[in-house]
Each structure stands twice: as C-alpha cells, then as structure tokens.
Design a protein around this ligand. Structure first.
Ligand SMILES: NC(=O)c1ccc[n+]([C@@H]2O[C@H](COP(=O)([O-])OP(=O)(O)OC[C@H]3O[C@@H](n4cnc5c(N)ncnc54)[C@H](OP(=O)(O)O)[C@@H]3O)[C@@H](O)[C@H]2O)c1
Length: 383
C-alpha cells in the first residue's frame, strides 16, 4: 500500500517553522516510518518576500542536510509563497495548517484556519488562556476537524520508553515529582522586542517554557496508573518580574494530584536546569530521572532510593533513546497528525485535548496570581 500522503500549509516563517519544515522533508525511512509521506504545499507570511525566502532556503539544501531528500523527491512540488496567512487557509491543495506564530496570535490563527475548513497543528503554548482553547476545541468538534497542540516531546522515542516503565508498575506508587525547564538565556542581551520578552506577544518563561515541565507532569504523573485525579490543581505559585519588559523571568508552581502526590514545576530564563534531573519522579520502589533538555530528552535513568529507605530497585540503570539521525525531532509529531487524519480522528490519543486543557488551566492560575501585566489580560475568545 502506498504511504498516506499529507499536504501541509505553514503559517509564519520564524525559527521553529523552519525546523519543522525541514523535518517534513526528511526521508521517513530514517526514523523507521513507511506508512506516511509529507508534502509542503504553501507557506504563509505577513510578507510574501519572507515566504519566498523561506521556500528558497528549503530548496537549496546542501547534500549533507537531512531534508535534501524531500527536495529531491518532489515534496515541495507546486509549493506557493503566500503574502498572507488567509491565502494558505483558503488553498485547496492544503490539508492541514501548522501554526507557529507568537502565543498571543495562536487563537486567532487557529480559529481562522478551522473556520476555513482546515485541520490544525498549533505550537505550544496552545493558546493564551483556557477560554480561547475551549473555543477552538468547540469549533474543531463542530466542524469535525483535527486539532492538536504541537508538543513534539510527547512523540519522541524516549517518551514511548518512559511510558513502558511507568505502565510496568516497577517504580511503585509516586510520592513526589518535580520538573524544570530553565536556561541561562541572558535576557539583558536581547532586544525588548524579542517575542520572549514582549508581554504583548505572550512573552515570558511561563508560556514559552512552562509547557516542558508540564509534559513531564503529564507523562510521569497524570498518565501514571496510580493517578485517579483528572483535574490536578495548582496549590500556590510564584513569578519573578523582569522589570525591563514586565514579563516573568521565572515561574514556579506546585500542583496537587489528589490522593497521590505533589509536583513542583519550574521555568526560568536566567539560570540553567540540572543536567541529569530535569524531571524527577520519586516512587516507593525507586526514582526515574529524565536528563536535560526537557524538550528533547534522549536519556533517562532509574535509580535506587537511599539505603535507609531502599525499595525493590537496587541498581542504577541508564537508558538512551535518541532522535533518529537527520531529524530535528519534529517529524514524529507530524507523523502523528498524518496517522490521525488517515484514521479519521479529530483528536490525538497521545496528545489529548483534556491534557492541553489541564496545562492551560495551570498557566491561567499562575499568570493571574503573578506580578506581570499579563495577569489582568483576557485572551481573544469570543472576539
Ligand atoms: N516546539 C518547539 O521546540 C518550539 C521551539 C521554539 C518555539 N516554539 C513555539 O513556536 C511559536 C513560534 O516561536 P518561534 O521561536 O518560531 O518565534 P519567531 O522566530 O519569533 O517566529 C514567529 C513568527 O510569527 C510571525 N508573526 C506573526 N505575528 C507576529 C508578531 N506580531 N510579531 C512577531 N512575529 C509575528 C512571524 O512570521 P511572518 O513574518 O512570516 O508572518 C514570525 O517570524 C511560539 O509559540 C513558541 O513557543 C516551539
């Protein structure tokens, strides 16, 4: 049977769009995939020159670059450069839109794409607030269209292996959890207009980096067979204000899974995270540690508890599950979108709306309790 072939439209020509587009063009066989094929039919930008530049850069891949395969195998055939996002939504040769604009624009872009009848994969954070997300889910349901948050980490080889450990039960009942995405990004060296520093674009550590400790909260605790709490709540939070641009320099929030455990989640633009313990699940029999970076972890360890409190795990083991060579790691989520569409699904079981809603709800609580001007801002739902 020939592979299921999906035609992508890409919205915005920023940095992650470029990585994503390249991954669409990598030979799926490099990651052991034979049932899916990706094509890029249109690229939309606020400027047609930028869309054309983006396409030119894709087309001119050098022989050593992984995505050269797609260029040589017709995966860009007929691609259009569009000077507006709307032209891409309206393109009959596009099946699905990848949205990678700044967070403050996601709701409007996704809504426009859905209302034009297109399926959507939208970058994290899904939206600015939960009300926006609920509106998008309602439209997707109403129009029977696929919608997913692009949390690429969930589809990486390591995530599947971690799930096997969690589901095996060998770690026992969780007792405590922590997860972190922190980087020494040196914000003072960046212009105030950078999207990470501009509150009007949804800047700050919470919305940009918060999705990653949240990935691990979902994979290690929410989906843990011991968990019964479908609505884990934030007990308290703290944000540090970055005076120069009024975004949060860091955020910390404590989540309670009823009758199970608590978890501390951290994001930070001014300090490094720990190399071998970016996410930590401590359980009755032993601990699981996922290594840095939390967005693209390739190694995890299982380690015994201290001697005095020893559980059944007695030896440290380290497990390495790399991203396939030549891929940036974004191809896996694209394959999931294609498989869902092929199978007539409007929601991914691996990245369900319910889990995006939990995380978006946490962000709302932390943001509203924080000192930044975003605390009092409402999203664009209903507008
Ligand atoms: N999955 C990941 O690993 C990952 C990594 C980085 C970022 N992200 C997420 O992806 C999204 C985009 O991030 P990025 O790093 O690619 O950002 P970026 O490089 O700043 O690109 C954003 C693009 O959005 C478009 N845009 C539309 N309205 C804009 C406005 N008012 N101001 C600035 N740009 C505007 C621009 O494209 P045009 O000029 O072509 O319209 C711009 O190039 C964010 O939600 C971010 O959190 C995900």
């Amino acid at each position: 049977m020939p592979p299921y072939s999906l035609r992508w439209g890409i919205i915005a020509t920023g940095s992650i769009s470029s990585e994503f587009a390249r991954d669409l063009l990598v030979d799926p066989a490099t990651r052991g995939v034979s049932d899916i094929s990706h094509n890029i039919s249109a690229v939309g930008s606020r400027s047609v020159a930028s869309a054309q530049k983006f396409i030119n850069s894709l087309s001119s891949a050098s022989p050593s670059e992984g995505w050269k395969w797609g260029v040589e195998n017709g995966k860009l055939e007929g691609i259009r450069a569009c000077g507006s996002y709307k032209e891409v939504y309206d393109d009959p040769n596009v099946d699905v839109i990848y949205v990678s604009t700044p967070p403050s624009a996601h709701h409007q872009n996704v809504r426009d794409a859905l209302l034009a009848g297109k399926h959507v994969l939208c970058e994290k954070p899904f939206t600015f607030d939960l009300e926006e997300l609920d509106e998008l889910i309602a439209i997707a349901k109403d129009k029977n269209l696929f919608l997913m948050e692009a949390v690429w980490t969930r589809f990486h080889p390591l995530a599947a292996e971690v799930a096997k450990v969690i589901n095996s039960g060998k770690l026992g009942k969780p007792q405590r959890f922590s997860a972190d995405f922190s980087m020494d990004w040196k914000p003072d060296n960046e212009p105030a207009s950078h999207r990470m520093l501009d509150p009007a674009l949804g800047g700050g550590s919470l919305l940009d980096m918060g999705p990653y400790p949240s990935v691990w909260a979902m994979l290690l605790v929410q989906q843990n067979p011991h968990n019964r709490d479908q609505d884990p709540q934030v007990l308290f939070s703290h944000q540090t204000l970055y005076e120069r641009t009024q975004i949060d320099l860091n955020s910390r929030w404590l989540v309670q899974w009823k009758d199970l455990c608590q978890g501390l989640l951290l994001s930070d633009l001014s300090a490094f995270g720990q190399r071998e313990a970016t996410a930590v699940l401590q359980c009755e029999e032993g601990d699981l540690l996922s290594h840095y970076p939390p967005y693209k972890a390739e190694t995890f360890s299982i380690i015994p508890r201290p001697d005095r409190f020893a559980g059944s795990i007695t030896q440290k083991t380290t497990h390495h599950h790399p991203i396939a060579q030549g891929n940036n790691g974004l191809s896996y989520e694209a394959d999931e979108v294609a498989r869902c569409l092929r199978d007539g699904k409007i929601e991914s079981e691996k990245m369900p709306w319910a889990e995006s809603r939990i995380v978006q709800g946490w962000f709302d609580v932390v943001r509203k309790q924080g000192p930044t001007p975003l605390a009092n801002v409402k999203g664009t739902a209903g507008q």
